[in-house]
Design a protein around this ligand. Structure first.
Ligand SMILES: *Cc1c(COP(=O)(O)O)cnc(C)c1O
Length: 399
C-alpha cells in the first residue's frame, strides 16, 4: 500500500474491450477529497503560507490533538517520520531491542532499523489481529529476568482496530518500558472510550493517500508529554537552535509537514465523522452480503472498542470456500477492482529474516488467507454490489 492509492482516471477503452472492463476502476482505499479541501488548499496558497509553517499547520495540529484527546500534536511529513521521532523520544539507540508486532506494514519495523536498533517480532491474537498481550507480557518477563529489557514497545492498531491497551500498558509499566502506539490506520477508533493515538508515550498518525484521512502524504506525532512534543518539533526542523545564526547541537531531520498539505488535512478532519461512518457502513454491508459464505471470517471486532474500519478485511478458508484468496483477488482484478492480501508479516520478510520472532502461526495464517476489499469512503452502493457479486461468483465456481 505504499504505491499511489489512486492514479489518473482510466482513459476510455476501445470498443473491442470486454464489457466488464468498461466499468471504472475501483481502488482499495483511494483519497476522498471534495470542494471543502480544495477551498482550504487554495486559501492557503493565496495567503502565501507556502511553507512548513503557517496557520493551517497550527490549526491542523490543534484539531488532531483535540480528536485524539492529547495535549500536543506535531505535524510531520509522514507517519514513518513520526515513528522515527517517537522512537528517539523513547530513547532508542544503536544496538537496542524494540518489541514490534510482526503483523504490520513495514514502516513500523523500518523506523526501528533507522536507529540501528533491532526489532523483536511478536505474534498476533486471532481475537483482534493485533499484538498478543500475553506474548508481550511473557517476553517482557523473560527479558527482565535475563536483564535484556527492550528500550521500547510499539503496538499497531491494525486496520483501524485498537490493540488491547489495558494489559499492554500494565506489562509495559511493570518493567518501565515506554510504549509507542502506531495508530497510522486508526484515526477515529476508540479503546474503552479513549481515542486511538492517545496511548503510551506517543501516538503516530498517518495522512498517506490511502489512509482514512489524507493530506496526500503526511503524519502526526501526538503526545501528552510536553518535552516529547518540544524535542520532536526541534528534531523535525533540522535541530536548529533558537539563535540568529545556524546553530546545531545535534543532528536533525527535515520532517515537517507543509502548510499547504495541512490545509487539505483540515478539510479532511471536518469530514472525518462522515468518512468513518461510510467505512463502517461498507464493512457492515460486506459482512451482511458475504458473511454467509462457507469459509469466510471477517476481522473480529473486539468488545473493548470501536474500530474505524479503515479497511474491510476477511479470511478465506480455501477448503470450505472452494477456492483460495489469490483466486478471489484475480477474479476481482478481472472486473477492474483492486483487492489485496493482508499485510505479509515482518518475520516472513527477507529484509527481516535474521530477526527474532515469538510465535508466528497466527500472523502467518492471517497473511495466507487474508483479503482486503475496497473500502474507500466514496465507494458507491453500485461499486459494492459489483464487488460482492464477483466474490460470490468466485465461491460458486469453486476455483
Ligand atoms: C501507513 C502506515 C504507516 C506509515 O505511514 P506513512 O505516512 O505512509 O509513512 C505506519 N504504520 C502503519 C501500520 C501503516 O499502516
Amino acid at each position: 500500500m505504499t504505491e499511489p492509492a489512486t492514479s489518473k482516471p482510466a482513459t476510455s477503452k476501445p470498443a473491442t474491450s470486454k464489457p466488464a472492463r468498461t466499468e471504472p476502476r475501483i481502488y482499495l482505499s483511494p483519497p476522498d477529497v471534495t470542494d471543502v479541501e480544495r477551498k482550504l488548499l487554495l486559501e492557503a496558497f493565496d495567503s502565501n503560507w507556502v511553507a512548513p509553517v503557517g496557520p493551517d499547520l497550527d490549526a491542523f495540529e490543534e484539531k488532531c490533538a483535540e480528536l485524539t484527546g492529547v495535549r500536543h500534536a506535531v505535524a510531520l511529513s509522514s507517519g514513518t517520520a513520526a515513528l522515527h521521532l517517537a522512537l528517539i523520544a523513547a530513547g532508542v539507540r544503536r544496538g537496542d531491542t524494540v518489541l514490534v508486532p510482526s503483523f504490520t506494514f513495514a514502516a513500523t519495523a523500518n523506523a526501528v532499523m533507522y536507529l540501528g536498533a533491532r526489532p523483536v517480532f511478536l505474534d498476533s491474537t486471532p481475537e483482534s489481529w493485533n499484538i498478543d498481550p500475553q506474548i508481550l507480557a511473557d517476553e517482557l518477563r523473560g527479558r527482565a529476568v535475563r536483564g535484556q529489557l527492550p528500550r521500547a514497545v510499539i503496538t499497531v492498531d491494525m486496520y483501524g482496530q485498537c490493540a488491547d491497551y489495558d494489559p499492554i500498558q500494565d506489562a509495559c509499566d511493570r518493567y518501565g518500558v515506554p510504549l509507542i502506539e502506531d495508530a497510522a490506520e486508526a484515526l477515529g477508533a476508540t479503546y474503552r472510550g479513549r481515542a486511538a493515538g492517545s496511548f503510551g508515550l506517543a501516538g503516530v498518525l498517518s495522512f498517506n493517500g490511502n489512509k482514512i484521512a489524507t493530506t496526500g502524504g503526511g503524519g502526526m506525532l501526538v503526545t501528552d508529554d510536553g518535552s516529547v512534543a518540544k524535542q520532536t518539533r526541534h528534531l523535525a526542523t533540522q535541530a536548529r537552535e533558537a539563535v540568529a545564526h545556524y546553530e546545531h547541537r545535534t543532528v536533525g531531520y527535515n520532517y515537517r509537514l507543509s502548510n499547504l498539505l495541512a490545509a487539505v488535512g483540515r478539510g479532511q478532519l471536518q469530514r472525518l465523522p462522515q468518512m468513518i461512518e461510510a467505512r463502517r457502513a461498507t464493512f457492515e454491508h460486506y459482512r451482511a452480503a458475504l458473511g454467509d459464505l462457507p469459509g469466510v471470517t471477517f476481522q473480529p471486532g473486539a468488545a473493548y472498542g470501536v474500530p474505524n474500519r479503515w479497511l474491510t478485511c476477511l479470511l478465506i478458508d480455501p477448503e470450505k470456500f472452494g477456492t483460495d484468496r489469490d483466486r478471489v483477488i484475480a477474479a476481482l482484478a478481472g472486473i477492474n477492482v483492486e483487492a489485496r492480501p493482508t499485510w505479509k508479516p515482518m518475520h516472513l520478510q527477507p529484509a527481516y529474516q535474521d530477526c527474532v520472532m515469538r510465535g508466528g502461526s497466527v500472523s502467518a495464517g492471517l497473511f495466507e488467507r487474508g483479503l482486503c476489499l475496497p473500502s474507500g469512503s466514496a465507494l458507491t452502493p453500485h461499486d459494492r454490489n459489483r464487488i460482492v457479486a464477483s466474490v460470490r461468483r468466485a465461491a460458486e465456481k469453486k476455483g
